[in-house]
Design a protein. Sequence first.
Length: 298
Amino acid sequence: MSAALLLLPDFLLIAGGAALRRLHGFDGAFWTGVERLVYYVLFPALLFRSLATARFALGDAGSLIATGLIFTLSAMALSALARPLFRLPKDVFAACFQCGFRFNTYIVLAVADRLGGAPGVALASLLVGVLVPTVNVAAVSMLAHGRGVSVGTELLRNPLVLATAAGLAWNGAGLPVPALPARVLELLASAALPLGLLAVGAGLTFERHALPLPALAWFHAVKLMAMPAIALVAARALALSPLELQVAMTQAAVPTATSAYILAARMNGRGAPVALIVSTGTLLAALTLPLWLGLVAP
């Protein structure tokens, strides 16, 4: 119950975004602008600030990174089974494959902030920085197969990857962040989480016949059940600290990122089944995420 109450404000913001989408003046064009602002400006500022000012040695987080890679790669393998199990068309499978392992960064960082404050956000930012390139390579490679798209180019254009690399480099060089840029970054970062969660809610769409029900259930089972279960086993085996354990479980148990829909729609035009998975998964995560976090509460 305490985990559910802890996450209630975040899911209320998601619900608020869904409600605002239906009001005059808050149409699709408005939310497209909000999403771009968050993705290209606010969240990169949050990631850079968190990593550039964090007080940790990269080597100290080795077990956390290993846990993240274990549950992510495992979920990729399980997601790949969807095509032979449900005989999905090649283009539908290529679009939906990413839904079993991609994570909603907005929710990850919002929950990490509630669980551990600045140290929690720093650990989550580090894990995001490692896993964003990992999941993007897998997703883009599947979608780009036979289409002549460069995976490297896609990664180099990803603002979250660039912000993470810059933040880690700044931290590694031991450079201070001057007062004025630090304040600007602080203001930008403070707007990232609430606007990001509102945008998640505004992006919820439901096209019931876009994907067969068994395949829809499979991707939800992989993302919301199997992935956090694997994370829990790996985290226990690698003896993560209590905060690292909570961050790892959050990363594994959040729903699929809305950017999965954008990527699928842009690269192969099969965004509808992805939107269905993302939207229904976000609703289900309101129930499953508190349950998983309740298992690792200190």
